[in-house]
Design a protein around this ligand. Sequence first.
Ligand code: ADP
Ligand code: MG
Length: 321
Amino acid sequence: MKEFELINRYFKGRGITRRDVDLGIGDDCALVSVPENYQLAITTDTLVSGVHFFEDIPPRALGHRVLAVNLSDLAAMGAEPTWISLALTLPSVDLDWLEAFTEGLHEIAEYYNVQIIGGDTTQGPLSITVSAKGIVPRGKALTRAGAKAGDWIFVTGPLGDAGLAIEARKRGIAITPDNRHEVEKRFFYPTPRVAAGQVLRGLATSAIDISDGLVADLGHILRKSQVNAVVQVEKVPMSAALKNTLVEGERWPFVLNYGDDYELLFTVSDANKGALENKLKQYGVEAKCIGQIQAGNGQLDLTLKGQKFTLPKGGYEHFSD
Ligand code: ADP
Ligand code: MG
């Protein structure tokens, strides 16, 4: 199959059509219109076979995941996703694989009202790059830099599930089929917190999505904002599947150090805390307060039931940096 046949079959005329796309797939560039008084938010992520996913990952999940991780970055800035471009490097043209992959991709694109406006198709070892674009009212994007002493620290959902799914495959952790199914769903089909990100706009002081683990990603906020933080680790939300599978001492590396869950971590002033919690609840997001920002220059302290908590050394290696 020729490149243009492949594009026509799997991309052109499939998926949603947005009114702000002036020219979509088929020319040398796409043309889009950014509304007045908005800024364009742009992010890119690549998934490489054998590095970011197992070779036997269901292709439909891969289509979902590659877009989800990009939408998560837009969510973390409070942007509304609008358009994506897709660079696809394929070892061969496998029609069943392409059908399932594009099904996963179009499904999540439609759900979030995102149009695929172009891309590139090449031959080589399997690798997928998405560049996602979004719009955000001028000056209203959330960054990593706004946290202030006294702000509260929140996460939008349970952490550690995706890591458990990965390690259960790699190391044969004892896990029941039901629990395995639950955590694999979170690894294969992560939910980018797009609505939550937009709710945070104007209320949160900083935000980031947790792709590399709570400790690492909160660390980015602390350094950019030039503040310290105390996190009470027992307050960090965990799924029932994770609690059922691991005893307490085994949980922390997953919950605190593993990424890939794509929940949002954000800070909010004491004055806006209640308003933000209520607004998130209206959108079905149960954000949990896990600690507080303090004056300082980038240090993170963890406590467990009031005692200083030190992470066990040599935690699990992160599979997908
Ligand atoms: P060019 O050689 O000018 O870059 P291509 O032949 O690579 O153009 O692509 C033709 C059109 O198809 C372009 O509009 C491009 O954006 C689009 N396209 C190519 N590959 C993909 C893909 N994997 N997904 C979506 N659109 C694609
Ligand atoms: Mg090209």
